[in-house]
Design a binder for this molecule. Structure first.
Ligand SMILES: *Cc1c(COP(=O)(O)O)cnc(C)c1O
Length: 429
């Protein structure tokens, strides 16, 4: 008689993971001090016009978080707004090309279109998941002005190579650090390498305001132009050095993209709690990585020697179907979910599949001089997109250890039943 007690949950057996859901609780709830600060802000000031109050406090704390390696920080109402201001400040306009990664969150590059620029997608590296320096080199033309790197899922890009290419070609570098608060490359915090950097502070991010973003730069001219674009009146009058820009302080350049003080209060508390949360997250994810070493069909997240994963935003190992009878990723995910796992395919598609990125003309400004994307098949980006799994970024240590053990046990259970699951997979194709 077959032992029914070990049957796959997908086929009616008992699930392995029975601990209460959700397994990933983020953002964590506020503590009483944060709630009190929010309540106090309500009657103190609910609309901050300059660089003062909780806005100034958070910006100063953020520069300290970056170890004082850059001098200027400007908050915005979202990471997307901060990126828009950064592209504007770096001179993106009609006829300018920005080279960026083929697989990332769209907002890293989408604001380029609103400035009438063109985006040129470059392939990613399978290990770092960030933009590949060789692909950047191949994408550069006489119109290129900016290289955008995204430290994808917390893993820093190969910054030595990127900075060398930028220097050789006279290009500016923008770092999108929205996944990588606290990540380091060769000991130095990301966000301090490029001409400008943006950290989203959206609720899912490791340091969160709810909605918000922060632009940091050591370049006074970048600071002044970004400020003028999104912070008219007090802040432009008080903070902009360049007289030829400051004279626009009343109207700015027409947009209001600033952060609310409530979001800054939340962000300060999240930043203060970050070091401890980061440490616990690393313990959880290092433990998960070690335990996944015996699961042949999963390639754990690779961390290069010279980097610190910082925020470690998302845990995305790669599925190796050849080690599991060629079972499709969809069937694997269904079987793991039936075992009680919170797992899926990463949510962001390759940018070349989005209508904004594959149009023949700029969809916002069809008459603008424009370079349509050169989309090449068979890329690393396609490979990562097709094989990555998204697991919870566990962060409660040691409480999550038991949950991680159950996850690993579910992976082993699938392996024991691979033949039956492969038959099911073939039937359901
Ligand atoms: C979240 C994110 C953004 C956008 O930030 P918002 O604050 O949501 O506007 C940009 N780039 C990357 C890589 C992100 O993950």
């Amino acid at each position: 008689m077959a032992d029914r007690s070990d049957e796959l949950a997908l086929f009616g057996g008992e699930p392995v993971i029975t601990l209460p859901r959700p397994h990933e609780v983020w953002p964590p709830p506020a503590d009483p001090a944060e709630l009190a600060a929010l309540a106090a802000q309500r009657d103190d000031d609910i609309s901050i016009k300059g660089r003062c109050g909780p806005i100034a406090r958070f910006e100063t704390e953020f520069l300290e978080f970056l170890e004082g390696r850059v001098r200027h920080a400007v908050t915005f109402n979202s990471g997307t707004s901060a990126l828009f201001a950064a592209y504007f400040a770096l001179g993106v306009t009609e006829g300018v090309e920005v080279v960026g990664p083929a697989l990332t969150y769209h907002a890293a590059l989408s604001p380029v279109y609103a400035l009438r620029g063109s985006v040129v997608l470059a392939d990613v590296d399978v290990q770092t998941r960030g933009i590949s320096p060789a692909a950047v080199r191949a994408a550069i033309t006489e119109n290129t002005r900016v290289i955008t790197v995204v430290h994808q899922w917390g893993h820093p890009c190969d910054m030595d190579a990127i900075l060398r290419i930028a220097e050789e070609n006279g290009l500016r570098v923008l770092e999108d650090c929205s996944h990588a608060h606290g990540s380091r490359y060769k000991g130095r915090p990301v966000g301090t390498f490029g001409d400008a950097a943006v950290f989203s502070l959206q609720a899912n991010k490791a340091v969160f305001a709810g909605e918000g973003g922060i632009l940091v730069t050591d370049d006074r001219a970048v600071h002044d132009r970004a400020t003028l674009l999104g912070h008219y009146r007090d802040r432009s009058r008080e903070e902009i050095d360049d007289e030829s820009l400051r004279r626009y302080w009343v109207s700015g350049f027409g947009l209001k993209l600033r952060m609310s003080p409530f979001n800054a209060v939340v962000a300060s508390h999240a930043l203060a709690a970050f070091p401890e949360r980061k440490e616990a997250r690393h313990r959880c994810l290092r433990y998960l990585t070690d335990r996944l070493a015996d699961v042949d069909y999963i390639e754990p997240v690779h961390v290069c020697d010279e980097v610190d994963m910082g925020a470690w935003y998302g845990y995305k190992p790669l599925y190796r179907p050849k080690a599991l009878e060629g079972i499709s990723r969809g069937t694997l995910i269904a079987a793991l979910r039936a075992e009680g796992m919170e797992v899926g395919a990463p949510s962001g598609p390759r940018l070349a599949t989005l209508p904004l990125y594959c149009a023949e003309a700029n969809p916002l400004f069809p008459e603008a001089r424009y370079l349509p994307n050169r989309v090449r098949p068979g890329t690393n980006a396609e490979f990562v997109e097709a094989h990555a799994l998204s697991l919870p970024t566990f962060y409660r240590w040691p409480q999550d250890k038991e949950l991680i053990d159950h996850y690993v046990e579910a992976f082993h259970k699938i392996h024991r039943h691979r033949v039956a699951l492969a038959e099911y997979d073939t039937r359901s194709r």
